[in-house]
Design a protein around this ligand. Structure first.
Ligand code: ZN
Length: 137
């Protein structure tokens, strides 16, 4: 069976919007998450290989997205709280919130970091006809 034709190219903004909705950045289809911590091998609609090469190194960019954005929010939200509550910030509550955010945000943000990394990768290295994974590329 010949591969399905690739969907029309979309802008980087469209790819990132789709990624934030946990959809395939290339075609916008849902169903690319196998579990919260694992993507399916291919998009069920367009067949895009969701791990696009470099074997185990591919997701290092997603790790950086997750660490940078998750920890930026985990530090930024308590700082904003302290600024808004100044001169008497509730230090104990701020410390608890910062600790909880540092642990939870990377877990909550995990699939988003992967779809965002995929959108980033597709923006700089667009898919080509036949881009269906390492076995067929
Ligand atoms: Zn797709």
């Amino acid at each position: 069976m010949p591969p399905a034709p690739a969907p029309p190219r979309s802008s980087a903004g469209t790819k990132f919007r789709r990624a934030l909705l946990l959809r395939c950045p290339r075609c916008g289809s849902s169903g690319i998450l196998a579990t919260w911590f694992r993507l399916a091998d291919h998009c069920p609609n367009c067949g895009l290989a969701l791990e696009r090469g470099e074997a185990s190194d591919f997701w290092i960019g997603a790790y950086v997205f997750n660490l940078a954005i998750g920890e930026l929010l985990a530090i930024g939200v308590p700082i904003v709280w302290v600024i808004l509550a100044w001169p008497n910030p509730p230090w104990n509550s701020v410390e608890v919130l910062a600790a909880v955010l540092c642990v939870l945000l990377p877990i909550v943000f995990f699939p988003f970091s992967r779809t965002l990394w995929l959108a980033w990768d597709l923006s700089f290295r667009p898919s080509e006809p036949g881009d269906r994974g390492l076995a067929n590329s």
